[in-house]
Design a protein around this ligand. Structure first.
Ligand code: GDP
Length: 485
């Protein structure tokens, strides 16, 4: 542990925890992290959550709201001046007025909300909610703190050589085969190799493959670090090597890997991650299901890695001395509105299964974990379509302009009904007895596709009206219910 988090880090985190704790006693505060890989739905979720708290709406499972104990919620100036503000108003206007999805998260942002509520025991109180929206790619970097450059190289190359990644990694592996780590350090060569490595990681995020575990995270989500030397490295084939000699390419890459940890990963851990109390991890499980068993297995590895990160967040002196941070973690499968409601529980069961297996391995004890399948903004409604006398459940929505299905191209204006894919009744159907994945049936079931049609946000929502959702209230209850009791 000492290697991961330096004593100085621990002292800083401890001091920060103490200050946060004093603030929490003076004015109760929850710092809620919203994360997930790119396109998982962070921006949409954060916008919908804030809107639900400010505007209210149909939230039957969110007890404080349902029982009428929430008097109101207002935006307040955020506590950290150096972190960009989450552009809530712009995102909301985009969804409601323009019926377009807002721009995705590419960096960390923050928003503070003051929630006035009547505790059950009477009186009136205010809970301050700090939302911190950040790329899940950065979270998947935390396990790197525990790795040497040799460990990182070995892990990365094992992944790159996985048959499921072969097509994407071939150009990088070819360049690597022509690279001698013992040769003299060379900037041009380092840049070329880093570019190939980055291109391989980016290709793995493609819709058809939908891989999840692709560290280092800043190679895909560089924030403001694009092009800096800390991002100009790549794993090397160090098999049988002793420590790389000074002046060699190997030594240069190892130095940059350490710089990445020091300049990128540690500050993120210290300044942001270590200060979170609760966390929602959004997972685009439908994309992984669509892409097949390899993507699902990779998603499970990524969940494993995330759980390791939560363990890292709890086991430092700071948390032991001051307060256990990250008390609750919700894993949420997003975009459930792409499925008929008969499949919502099934989606939840699949995610539960993935997390359970990862939990067993990561032994992430302490925090409370739960899973949910939700749609932060419900873009479809349900209908039944008569097919030859049989009523078949369908979903109806407005596909985005330019989308096409069944030879039809959509104009972004007309509503269409589609038959969503159906998930298996038991997640067992996706998991083979030997622990491998079977995947969804193909062939006749090739229609079972939850991904290809992107629907526009729902229409006809007035400026002051609530947004339709699926199970957002469940997420709110798990994440905040006890703090508003
Ligand atoms: P981020 O990269 O994690 O911030 O992801 P976004 O919040 O930008 O979401 C990525 C895309 O997923 C959006 O542009 C939408 O197309 C889709 N999406 C996200 N949330 C929902 C949802 O609740 N329902 C539907 N139908 N689509 C969603």
């Amino acid at each position: 542990m000492a290697a991961r988090i330096t004593l100085l880090d621990e002292a800083r985190i401890g001091l920060r925890s103490l200050l946060d704790r004093v603030e929490d006693i003076a004015a109760p505060t929850v710092r809620l992290g919203v994360t997930g890989l790119s396109r998982a739905g962070k921006t949409v979720f954060t916008t919908a959550l804030v809107h639900a708290l400010i505007r209210g709406g149909r939230l039957p499972v969110f007890e404080p709201a349902n029982s009428g104990r929430i008097a109101g919620a207002d935006l307040k100036p955020q506590p950290d001046d150096a972190v960009p503000r989450f552009a809530y108003e712009d995102h909301l206007a985009q969804i409601i007025t323009q019926r377009q999805w807002p721009a995705s998260t590419t960096r960390i942002s923050e928003l503070r909300l003051a929630i006035r509520y009547a505790p059950r025991r009477g009186g009136m109180r205010t809970l301050t909610l700090d939302l911190v929206d950040y790329p899940g790619e950065w979270l998947l970097d935390l396990p790197l703190l525990d790795m040497s450059f040799a460990d990182f190289s070995r892990n990365s190359l094992d992944l790159a050589r996985d048959p499921a990644r072969a097509a994407m990694s071939a150009p990088f592996l070819a360049a690597l085969a022509a690279t001698d780590p013992a040769s003299a350090e060379n900037e041009t060569q380092a840049r070329a190799l880093a570019a190939r490595f980055t291109a391989y990681l980016a290709a793995c995020r493609g819709e058809r493959v939908a891989m999840s575990l692709l560290p280092p995270g800043r190679f895909l989500m560089p924030g403001d670090l694009e092009g800096s030397p800390a991002l100009t490295f790549a794993p090397l084939d160090l098999s049988g090597e002793t420590a790389p000699k000074a002046g060699s390419l190997g030594a240069m890459m190892a130095r940059r890997f350490e710089a990445y940890k020091n300049a990128v990963v540690r500050p993120f851990f210290r300044e942001h991650f270590a200060r979170l109390d609760r966390q929602i991890v959004l997972v685009d499980a439908l994309s992984a299901l669509n892409a097949g068993p390899a993507a699902l297995a990779d998603l499970e590895r990524a969940l494993d890695s995330i759980l390791t990160a939560f363990r890292l967040g709890r086991n430092n002196i700071a948390s032991a001395l001051f307060r256990p941070r990250i008390e609750r973690v919700l894993f949420a499968a997003t975009k459930a509105d792409h499925l008929h409601q008969t499949s919502h529980d099934r989606l939840e069961a699949i995610l539960q299964r993935l997390v359970d297996r990862a939990l067993l391995r990561a032994k992430a004890e302490g925090a409370l974990f739960d899973v949910a399948a939700l749609a932060a903004v419900r873009a479809t409604r349900e209908a039944s379509v008569n097919r030859g006398g049989t009523l078949i459940p369908a979903i109806v929505g407005t596909p985005e302009a330019g989308q096409s299905a069944g030879g039809q191209r959509f104009d972004g204006l007309a509503e269409v009904g589609v038959f969503p894919g159906e998930l298996p009744a038991s997640p067992d159907a996706l998991f083979a007895a030997d622990g491998g994945f079977i995947g969804l049936a193909s062939g006749d079931d090739a229609d079972s596709d939850f991904r290809f049609l992107r629907f526009r946000p729902p229409g006809g929502i007035g400026a002051g009206a609530a947004l339709p959702h699926i199970r957002l209230d469940r997420a709110l209850q798990f994440l905040l219910g006890d703090r508003l009791a």
